[in-house]
Design a protein around this ligand. Structure first.
Ligand code: ADP
Ligand code: MG
Length: 265
């Protein structure tokens, strides 16, 4: 193994994610209404909430795919987004945003794999594009990661030849390949047939125990109970309550949380 490969595989420092006073609106529609959230290194946070409550928008702001109107996000103390400084808004350069985004993995509901690339190349692409690894080293890493998600025999397949559960496991391997300090999951099992949900949750659970910081939007309450360090319930763009899963899921304090749980359980 080359020094470069070793470096690319070395354990990553799990990131701290801080969301400070984030407001987001589209036109006159207020989507996030003052979100404050801290996710500590290695912590697994599950975000729950009804459809339209702002969960995806929150993840997109953390990954700088959207900008908040007020407030900011930091990953390991480095700012992403806008921060009010007196009356001036400070923004990161596009370059700084790209560097930041390279430290954040994102797994989407619909996998978003590159259809024209093999499974191996889907996973190897980002380390090559960012100059982190040469082609053969990136492919070596991709083989190892695909083995870790149980797809060692699918390296030469194309995404369309795989089941949804397999595609999502490729997407997770692709996210890990960049050695992110945090991985964000936006309803990673919502597009899957029920019998394929378990294999994807098992891979996420494996990641959770490896010490990566994870923020997971999901309606899988059993998974949240088992894997989350903290559950955050969002409704109407606000955090209604948060805490250990046993509290939020077992003895929710707010009517809106109870109402939501009664519908998804
Ligand atoms: P969730 O993921 O909790 O279902 P979202 O964050 O996707 O919620 O959306 C929150 C609200 O913001 C919804 O009412 C949605 O219609 C609205 N919204 C999301 N993205 C946009 C956009 N690009 N333009 C206008 N409205 C949007
Ligand atoms: Mg969503």
């Amino acid at each position: 193994m080359s020094a470069k490969t070793r470096e690319a595989r070395a354990d990553v420092e799990a990131a701290t994610v801080e969301v400070h006073g984030v407001h987001k609106w589209y036109g006159t529609h207020r989507v996030l209404d003052g979100i404050d959230l801290t996710v500590r290194p290695g912590e697994v946070t599950v975000v729950l909430g009804p459809s339209g409550s702002g969960k995806s928008t929150l993840l997109r702001i953390i990954n700088h795919l959207e900008k908040p109107e007020i407030g900011y996000v930091s990953v390991n103390g480095e700012l992403i987004g806008v921060k009010r400084q007196g009356e001036r808004l400070k923004e990161l350069s596009e370059r700084a945003i790209l560097v930041q985004r390279g430290r954040i993995g994102f797994v989407f509901q619909n996998f978003n794999l590159f259809p024209h690339l093999t499974v191996l190349d889907n996973v190897a692409a980002a380390p090559i594009a960012t100059g982190r690894l040469g082609r053969s080293e990136a492919q070596e890493l991709a083989r190892e990661l695909l083995g870790r998600v149980g797809l060692a025999d699918k390296t030469g397949a194309y995404p369309r030849q795989l089941s949804g559960g397999q595609q999502q496991r490729v997407a997770i391997a692709r996210a890990i390949a960049l050695r992110p300090g945090v991985i964000l999951f936006d309803e990673p099992t919502s597009a899957l047939d029920p019998e394929l949900v378990g294999e994807v949750l098992a891979v996420i659970k494996d990641l959770a125990t490896s010490g990566t910081t994870l923020v997971i939007v999901t309606h899988e309450i059993g998974f949240a109970r088992e894997v989350a360090d903290r559950v955050v319930f969002i409704d109407g763009g606000r955090i209604v309550e948060q805490g250990p899963p046993a509290e939020v899921l077992g003895t929710p304090r707010h009517e809106r949380t109870r109402d939501f749980l009664s519908k998804v359980l």
